[in-house]
Design a protein around this ligand. Structure first.
Ligand SMILES: Nc1ncnc2c1ncn2[C@@H]1O[C@H](COP(=O)(O)OP(=O)(O)OP(=O)(O)O)[C@@H](O)[C@H]1O
Ligand SMILES: [Mg+2]
Length: 255
């Protein structure tokens, strides 16, 4: 199967001279279509840097990132903007909904900008909201929604364009445990039923246990990889915790 995402010898160095930080030191990874992959690792291990390099928010110092075989570093201007809008979906910890738009408008925006015919926009936005269980928030503005609803609206917005790859950085970080669970259940359903490919950074072993595969980073390098066999999420959770403790954390706060 052809990889959706390929990262080759990715390095990222911030600063210069004495204040140099090697955030990524030659990382290789690939993600196949339909995978749900977690990225874990101690604070400062390079997780957000990795996601930012993949999403083109940040430029790698060296190495390549390919999405669907296209090298992102070669895209410019409008072509890059279009690629990001159509092929990538983003979910951040602070979900970046636009305050002046309703839930429906927030979800629909990517379609409208992308030139989807007007009659298709609302049905598709409603369908995405239904998939994430946030129909009740469609007519509300972000300030009227709970944190969990905002995050699920953000997830609906991320997947409404049917992107090749959804990138999520600590999507459950600001949520209480019930909302976090709901979002994870829905991301996991999106992955199973729609075969959405998801790369999710998380410091939380419980959140990570919903993934099929976890990449552990340490000091900008790949430290370990774990794969979940079958549906045994609890067993996987314990395995994750043991790697987390090897890395020196308790799986909830330190990582
Ligand atoms: N814009 C920047 N300028 C300078 N250094 C940076 C910048 N962004 C990240 N770093 C450094 O790069 C390293 C990796 O940071 P990164 O944000 O990727 O870590 P992380 O694994 O996401 O950590 P956390 O779990 O705390 O979010 C850290 O040492 C950080 O201080
Ligand atoms: Mg981070």
């Amino acid at each position: 199967m052809k990889a959706i995402l390929t990262v080759e010898q990715l390095t990222k160095t911030y600063g210069r001279g004495d204040s140099r930080t090697h955030a990524l030191r030659g990382l290789d990874l690939s993600v196949l279509p339909g995978e749900f992959v977690g990225v874990m690792g101690p604070s400062g291990s390079g997780k957000t840097t990795l996601l930012n390099c993949i999403s083109t928010i940040d430029a790698p110092s060296s190495g390549r990132v390919l999405v669907e075989g296209k090298e992102l570093g070669t895209l410019r201007g409008k072509e890059l903007a279009r690629f990001r809008r159509e092929r990538l979906g983003f979910i951040f910890q602070d979900c970046n909904l636009l305050d002046t738009l309703t839930g429906l408008e927030n979800i629909a925006l990517a379609l409208t900008i992308g030139g989807v015919p007007a009659r298709e926009v609302e049905p598709r936005a409603r369908q995405a909201a239904a998939l994430l269980g946030v129909e009740e928030a469609l007519e509300q503005f972000p300030y009227q929604m709970s944190g969990g609803q905002q995050q699920r609206v953000a997830a609906a917005r991320a997947m409404v364009t049917a992107p090749a790859l959804i990138l999520a950085d600590e999507p459950t970080g600001a949520l209480d445990s019930k909302s976090a669970r709901l979002l994870l259940e829905q991301l996991s359903a999106l992955n199973r039923e729609r075969e959405a490919t998801i790369l999710m950074v998380t410091h939380d072993a419980f959140a990570a246990s919903w993934c099929r595969r976890i990449l552990f980073l340490r000091d900008g390098e790949l430290y370990r990889e774990l794969c979940r066999e079958g549906e045994d999420r609890r067993g996987f959770f314990r395995e994750i915790l043991s790697v987390v403790s090897e890395l020196g954390g308790d799986g909830t706060d330190v990582l």
